[in-house]
Design a protein around this ligand. Structure first.
Ligand SMILES: *Cc1c(COP(=O)(O)O)cnc(C)c1O
Ligand SMILES: [Zn+2]
Length: 444
């Protein structure tokens, strides 16, 4: 069977564009494009046969299907030849049963999807493998592409740099100066990307990269390029697969540019179309209070949307005031009885630290999602019997500066309830023993 996919306008314009075309917006109406699939053809395979196929490929070694993205190649991006796929075995990340944290908040069926356990430490790999593979295909087909570029809050650039380095393609990344973590800055540098630190915020970098990519044969890798959404939508497939093909009641996703919430929604809708699932979860988008344009729109029933100037937040990867995928996200949230909630700096930092006390190591964005979880449970929007999945978007180790400042009680506007610092002692047995016994008394 030969499967097909193409770009089409999200506003419903009829034109179809080849996935190998360099095109990011509808030429008719300037709306975003999305990848569409020949769903009738995909439906010729039964739901059980799809599930069986995905299960058989999951984390095995037959190239490229062991990657959980490419294990679903037929409904992600069938247009790439296997030889041109650039993959680091992405996906297949642990679904962590947050047993202790769940007990504390009286939600027993609480799971954290550890998307940070990917090659470059965030979920961005899931989309970038698709985009860079398509670029490699286009180059193989004779198209002239000098480089691939993105604006980033730190994780997109890390993913682009790594996948381009694997493929031997030049990457160019635009970062807002002093607004990404040290680990995130090192990643594209180490991978040899041309790294441009701009004296502006993410939204300013975004404007710049769009302009740079208009000419110069430089391909744009931001999530307005909907190839990335196709890879990221496999998060939903993987979740359902890991829950033995059952649907959770609630999925909470931290949102910035709003590509990921759109992708996760798209994944669930596609599974429903194919008969793999028979109902949809409730989707929750969690925003930082200091970068909350979607939340403000939600309060007005999504009737209007105003971009804002995002303020500095610890959740630096979602410090975005003018999200590219706003329309896609609103369209998705309306179909999933969506909720949007926000978290303050104090709430996100303490939610992260509280979760860490139960064995996790969370990034600040996952902290936003957890803080929103706590609020929704308190408010009764999430019930004790609900099966809840929190999407953890990045590996906590990328944000050691955030954690260190938390435990040193140095974060602004935060009460550091869970701070824990090393006890500095002389290397003397008596002193060490005394101290340990005293400390242990506190716990009994
Ligand atoms: C990119 C990113 C997000 C936000 O995802 P969007 O698709 O931009 O909404 C959240 N958390 C982390 C760690 C990210 O890197
Ligand atoms: Zn259009």
């Amino acid at each position: 069977m030969k499967y097909k996919a193409w770009f089409q306008c999200i506003g419903g314009c009829p034109g179809r564009h080849d996935l190998s075309e360099v095109i990011y917006r509808c030429p008719e109406c300037d709306n975003l494009l999305e990848v569409q699939h020949d769903i009738e053809r995909l439906k010729r395979r039964s739901a059980d046969a799809w599930k069986d196929l995905f299960d058989r490929r999951y984390k095995r070694s037959a190239w490229p299907y062991g990657s959980s993205v490419w294990g679903k190649k037929e409904l992600v991006c069938p247009n790439v030849e296997n030889d041109n796929i650039v993959s680091a075995y992405e996906g297949g990340s642990n679904l962590f049963w947050a047993e202790r944290l769940g007990k504390q908040i009286n939600v027993e069926d609480l799971w954290v999807k550890q998307c940070g356990n990917n090659h470059t430490g965030s979920f961005k790999d899931l989309g970038m493998t698709v985009l860079v593979s398509m670029v490699k295909q286009m180059i193989a087909d004779g198209r002239k592409i000098n480089a691939v570029a993105c604006a980033s809050t730190g994780d997109t650039s890390a993913a682009l740099a790594a996948y381009c380095a694997m493929a031997g393609i030049q990457a160019i990344v635009f970062l807002p100066k002093h607004k990404v973590s040290n680990a995130q800055l090192i990643q594209p540098l180490a991978n040899g990307a041309l790294t441009i630190s701009l004296d502006t915020d993410f939204d300013g970098c975004m404007k710049m990269v769009r302009k740079v990519c208009e000419t110069n044969n430089i391909y744009l890798a931001n999530s307005m390029n909907s190839l990335r959404i196709e890879g990221q939508k496999t998060i939903s497939f993987e979740l359902v697969e890991q829950l033995d093909w059952t649907v959770p009641d609630v999925v909470i996703v931290p949102g910035g540019n709003l590509g990921n919430i759109s992708a996760i929604g798209k994944g669930f809708l596609m599974m429903q179309d194919l008969g793999i699932i028979d109902r949809l979860p409730r989707l929750v988008c969690a925003q930082a209070q200091r970068a909350n344009p979607l939340y403000l729109s939600y309060l007005k029933g999504f009737k209007e949307f105003e971009p804002i100037k995002a303020q500095k937040t610890l959740a630096s990867a979602i410090q975005i005031g003018n999200p590219v995928s706003i329309q896609k996200a609103v369209h998705i949230l309306k179909q999933f009885s969506g909720i949007v909630e926000q978290a303050s700096e104090d709430e996100l930092a303490n939610a992260a630290a509280r979760a860490d006390r139960t064995g996790l190591l969370t990034c600040p964005h996952t902290g936003v999602a957890l803080a929103v979880l706590f609020k929704l449970v308190e408010r009764g929007d999430i019930k004790p019997e609900d099966k809840v999945v929190v999407i953890s978007t990045a590996n906590g180790l990328k944000f050691a500066d955030f954690q260190l400042r938390y435990h040193e009680s140095r974060l602004p506007n935060v009460n550091h309830h869970y701070a824990n610092l090393p006890l500095e002692l002389p290397a003397k047995y008596d002193k060490v023993q005394d101290t340990i016994l005293k400390e242990l008394e506190k716990y009994t």
